[in-house]
Design a protein around this ligand. Structure first.
Ligand SMILES: [Zn+2]
Length: 294
């Protein structure tokens, strides 16, 4: 009893001093395939994880179509194993839902699954694809997440999982599609300090970055054999400099001097269907903003 009273007094004292640890943020990044979250937000996830926050990647499909020599259950098992290695390399959680790759539809059943996953994670922030995208699985994942954005708080929908009492902030990943409207970055995160960790995480998707994607894109490059050489090759493909609109968003959040030094960034656009954050709320939800440590 004495110990409990002492703990209570101590925590009140620390709270007064502002030393008590704030509750970690809970971030849910949703992708269509078991590499999309990684490509779009692997650096941001690494920064959240470094700061002690909880990040989960959720893939809506199991990736069982994305290969030229294997497919079905065997490929799904291989890709799931790759995601678990990514989770280890980034310090996050990774879950893959068992929906077929290349055949995703925005059904009510899968919408309810997405609602449950957002609720179970008690997400403060949810990030996913825009619905303008070349890949139907990306488009429909975007639709599914948009369709969940209000329903996560409605108790009678997916009633087996308690509703959230606060709607998360929903955001979109950056993409390069222009029609009917281009991506517009509201937030840009300087990931220069974690770019090597991000590339190392991508390197765990052996079936994708060293097999399937070079094949499907007719990349004439020879894939290097050595481990280090492969990572350097992957970095040359996947570590891209900020475009002018992302550069402008970096300047807004970091100032022009730090923005000049930011070699790599990930950018996000706020979705209108979730909570609409103030500037101070954005800084609370993305505590790495404004802090470059390159
Ligand atoms: Zn994808």
């Amino acid at each position: 009893m004495k110990t409990r009273i002492f703990t209570l007094i101590l925590s009140c004292f620390l709270f007064q001093l502002g030393l008590a640890q704030e509750k970690p943020l809970r971030i849910l990044m949703i992708g269509a395939h078991p590499d999309d979250c990684d490509i779009k937000s692997g650096g941001t996830a690494a920064l959240f994880s470094q700061l002690g926050h909880e990040v989960k990647f959720l893939s809506i499909t199991n990736g069982d179509a994305g290969h030229m020599e294997m497919g079905g259950g065997m490929l799904a098992v291989r890709r799931n194993a790759e995601t678990q290695e990514v989770a280890r390399r980034l310090g996050i959680t990774y879950e893959v839902l068992d929906n077929h790759d290349g055949e995703l539809m925005p059904t009510l059943e899968i919408r309810k699954d997405v609602i449950r996953k957002i609720r179970e994670w008690e997400a403060d922030v949810v990030i996913s694809h825009r619905t303008n995208d070349y890949h139907p699985d990306h488009r429909y994942t975007g639709v599914l997440v948009q369709d969940a954005a209000f329903m996560v708080g409605v108790p009678n929908i997916a009633a087996d999982t308690p509703p959230l009492r606060k709607n998360p902030v929903f955001l979109y990943y950056q993409d390069h599609f222009e029609k009917p409207n281009p991506f517009s970055p509201d937030i840009a995160i300087d990931i220069t300090s974690v770019i090597d960790q991000k590339i190392y995480a991508l390197d765990a998707h052996v079936s994708q970055f060293y097999e399937w994607l070079p094949w499907i894109s007719n990349d004439p490059d020879e894939i290097p054999e050595g481990k280090e050489e492969r990572i350097q090759w992957l970095k040359s493909k996947r570590a891209l400099a900020p475009n002018p609109s992302v550069r402008a968003a970096l300047e807004q959040w970091y100032g022009s001097e730090a923005a000049d030094k930011a070699q790599f960034a990930e950018a996000f656009e706020i979705c209108e269907y979730g909570s609409q954050p103030s500037e101070s709320e954005i800084k609370r939800l993305f505590p790495m903003l404004g802090k470059s440590n390159n």
